[in-house]
Design a protein around this ligand. Structure first.
Ligand code: GLY
Length: 595
């Protein structure tokens, strides 16, 4: 079954808003610098391939690759590398991510696990001092939270497996943007301002991102020649140049002896990373998660991400439920999210260390058992207990109650498609906005603080699957998702937002598949996120009244997620969609416009 594109008041409103700012491909800049975040258009429809990212430069670079005959994988790597320049606080070669790829020739979906990895010296109590967890803020800005970056290896793996360009050519556009510069917009200034205290603490970070101690001005040109040189190095020597040799030594030195100014009040703990950790890093291919939802095949990212398992379990719960009207659909969306998060927290971690019952978590029997807990008339008290994915699903069962860990709010998602029908959904991150705040001196990129995605202490009564460990990958929430209908692409999407990634992807799917919205409306609609907490977090525009009557309580969250996606329409055209407003709005483009 392939849901048709509905029309209606909300659809018309979003379409009108998109038209007002000029739907289609942003005009290519004839002269340097690149246009920066300005000139973004969030919706584009057409043929020949598409790119959707949060940033006009990244979308343009990806589109240029498609126009010159590159495929969706080439465009995804090129766009991701450009995001490392123009959105350096959300992603970059100091971080990691998850790459989901639909291969049109074989009809198969593949994934790459480019998750950052803990050093071999990391123990389960690495974030505990004198018997108590260290303050989360201290861990955020530290060497201790730095995992081995996975992004460079992910790019190399993707290009080797499925690309048509080599790394040198895939990095060319991004290197050009880094060298020539781009125009700073308000979002870049806001994100720099949010990091002012941290960047000021490190000479390498303030030298790169600050101008006389302040963020660069809106409209000024931002160049990152150090990153251009680093990209040149990777282009010449391959990504091994980051995992071994001088650059690897500089990364290790930065982690073990963070270049914090003596005058800084920040307590910056050194990290455990060693050269051997970098040299041994792998970005393995993993089988995707797969659930069937109303006849559609929904592919996602398997552990160590919890994205595929949690979105998949929640969809199964929804399919096992009677959704009814809009209020009941949203009530079930919130309840299914809470139930699936309880199970995620209890069971999902790095599969090299934890026996994740993935098959049972994604089974219809388990979903039916969880769905039978939902009362259409009253919200469940939160937090709910995890279920028992044990293959025995005769009755509704529960076990002990757990609590939710903490997740960051950074990250970025891009979606690409090419003329041959290949599709990429790629989410990447350096964890916090600004990662650990530390630029590798002279190299032009920030390091991640991904190891803060581990739980610092046991949250699950002695069975926490997400405690630190040597060589372990912290559990992620990244949920790059590709959906097939009758074996052909129907929808690809993803979002940033820490653990809200999961509910953002799920809510967009509910909006699109159950509530009659088209994709631009589904992405734009106000969001709510229930991650098994007492109160639901909701954006101000989310209509709460009918759900409050069912017992849901709400707290405000000003902005949840910043998604991108591509829908493959019945007439063969592509509908590329980015956020119209959140995070300053995203950028969608197609190779050839029209329907
Ligand atoms: N760092 C965000 C995530 O992996 O979910």
């Amino acid at each position: 079954m392939r849901p048709s594109r509905p029309t209606g008041p909300l659809v018309a409103l979003v379409a009108a808003a998109a038209l007002a700012i000029g739907v289609g491909v942003a005009p290519a800049s004839a002269h340097p610098p690149h246009p920066g975040h300005g000139g973004k258009v969030p919706v584009a429809t057409g043929y020949g391939g598409a790119v959707a990212t949060v940033d006009a430069d990244a979308t343009k670079v990806g589109l240029d690759v498609l126009r010159r005959g590159g495929n969706a994988v080439d465009a995804a790597v090129a766009a991701a590398a450009t995001l490392g320049v123009t959105e350096p606080f959300s992603s970059g070669i100091g971080g990691g991510g998850f790459f989901v790829y639909y291969d049109a020739a074989s009809g198969q979906v593949h994934t790459i696990d480019g998750r950052e990895t803990a050093p071999a010296a990391m123990r389960s109590d690495a974030f505990v001092e004198n018997g108590v967890p260290i303050p989360f803020a201290d861990a955020v800005t530290s060497g201790l939270s730095v995992g081995v970056p996975g992004t460079p290896r992910t790019w190399a793996t993707a290009l080797e497996q499925w690309g048509s360009l080599d790394l040198r050519r895939a990095l060319r556009g991004a290197t050009d943007v880094a060298r020539r510069g781009f125009v700073v917009d308000q979002t870049f200034v806001d994100q720099t301002t949010a990091n002012l205290a941290r960047f000021s603490a490190f000479r390498s970070s303030s030298d790169l991102f600050l101008r006389r101690g302040a963020p660069p001005a809106v409209g000024s040109v931002f160049r990152n020649r150090d990153l251009a040189e680093t990209y040149d190095l990777l282009a010449r020597k391959g990504v091994d140049a980051l995992y071994t040799g001088r650059l690897a030594e500089e990364i290790v030195r930065t982690v073990q002896d963070p270049p914090v100014r003596r005058s800084s009040p920040l307590v910056v703990r050194p990290g455990l990373l060693q050269l051997g950790d970098l040299a041994s890093y792998q970005s393995p291919l993993r089988p995707p998660t797969l659930v069937s939802y109303r006849g559609l095949d929904v592919y996602g990212m398997a552990p160590p991400s919890s994205g595929g398992s949690t979105v998949g379990e929640a969809l199964n719960i929804l399919e096992a439920s009677d959704l009814g009207d809009t209020t009941q659909t949203l009530h079930h969306y919130l309840e299914a999210s809470a139930l699936a998060f309880a199970d995620r927290n209890r069971y999902v971690g790095d599969p090299a260390f934890v026996d994740v019952p993935l098959e049972e978590l994604l089974s219809d029997g388990f979903a039916a058992e969880r769905a039978c807990l939902i009362d259409p008339t009253t919200a469940l008290p939160k937090p709910v207990a995890p279920g028992a994915p044990d293959g025995d699903y005769a009755a509704c069962e529960t076990t002990a109650v757990g609590t939710e860990g903490t997740d960051g709010q950074s990250t970025t998602h891009l979606t690409t498609a090419d003329r041959w029908g290949n599709v990429v959904a790629y989410t990447l991150t350096i964890e916090s906005l600004g990662g650990n705040g530390i630029v590798v001196p002279g190299r032009g990129f920030l390091l991640n603080n991904e190891l803060t995605d581990f739980n610092f202490t046991d949250t699950q009564g002695g069975v926490d699957p997400n405690l630190p460990g040597p060589g372990k990958r912290p559990r992620s929430s990244m949920a790059p998702t590709i959906i097939l209908s009758d074996g052909a692409p129907f929808l690809a999407l993803g979002s940033p937002g820490g653990s809200t990634i999961i509910t953002t992807v799920l809510q967009i799917l509910v909006n699109r598949l159950e509530l009659g919205m088209d994709l631009p409306a589904a992405v734009a609609a106000p969001r709510a996120t229930q991650r098994n907490t007492v109160a639901v977090q909701a954006e101000p525009g989310f209509d709460r009244t009918a759900l409050q009557a069912l017992g849901h309580t709400f707290v405000d969250n000003p902005e949840i997620g910043a998604a991108t996606g591509i829908e493959f329409l019945d007439d063969g055209s592509l509908l590329a969609v980015a956020e119209p407003v959140r995070r300053g709005g995203g950028s969608a483009a197609v190779v050839a416009r029209g329907r």
